[in-house]
Design a protein. Structure first.
Length: 197
């Protein structure tokens, strides 16, 4: 199926998944990078959907639209908090993975996290005073840095193919990814207060 509609692909450009050009089943690191690209594209699609629809939301639909915005923002925040608190340090604990190789990705979070929190806060508070143009300006304030971060992050797990394949370490990498996905599924337990804390 092919789409030719402009709204499908913007304003933030989707990422090419590693699986589009490479065999991702030849090493657990490649599968992890591809899975991460899928998740990142879901985040981009969500922000694009919000951006495109915001100017056209009729008043009765504003609460549902803002619920979607809060849900997406919280999922993205949860994803990045897991990376900083668990995922990347767990990867770096595996022999062969370069220590500190993920730090640059974590530091990039600072470039967009305040903008994401502002979007979440506005979406929590703006039910009566919703303004689609203002909403889109909030996305515009962090969208470029956010999209760049998502793109820059994909080569990081891919580079974990320095761990010898079919080794105890690569099995550990694969098992770790399964545990991470289990933790990531606990988004229902994750919630930020309205102040973004």
């Amino acid at each position: 199926m092919s789409f030719s509609y402009a709204w499908v692909d913007g304003p933030l450009q989707l990422l090419e998944t590693p699986g589009a050009r490479h065999d991702i089943n030849d090493h657990p690191a490649h599968l992890i990078a591809n899975d991460m690209a899928y998740a990142h594209n879901c985040m981009i699609r969500g922000l694009n959907a919000l951006y495109v629809q915001a100017p056209n939301i009729p008043a009765p639909d504003v609460p549902d639209f803002l619920f979607f915005a809060v849900s997406l923002a919280e999922w993205i925040m949860h994803h990045h908090e897991l990376e900083a608190s668990m995922i990347f340090s767990s990867f770096e604990s595996i022999p062969g993975v370069v220590k500190g190789s993920m730090q640059g990705n974590i530091e990039q979070h600072h470039a967009f996290e305040s903008g994401l929190k502002a979007l979440r806060q506005y979406s929590t508070e703006a039910h009566e005073s919703f303004d689609g143009t203002h909403f889109n300006s909030l996305i515009g304030a962090f969208g470029k840095e956010f999209r760049q971060h998502l793109a820059d992050e994909i080569p990081t797990p891919w580079a974990m193919d320095c761990v010898p394949n079919n080794s105890p370490e690569s099995k550990r990498l694969s098992d770790l990814w399964k545990r991470i996905n289990f933790e990531a599924a606990k988004i229902g337990e994750f919630h930020h207060d309205a102040d973004g804390a």
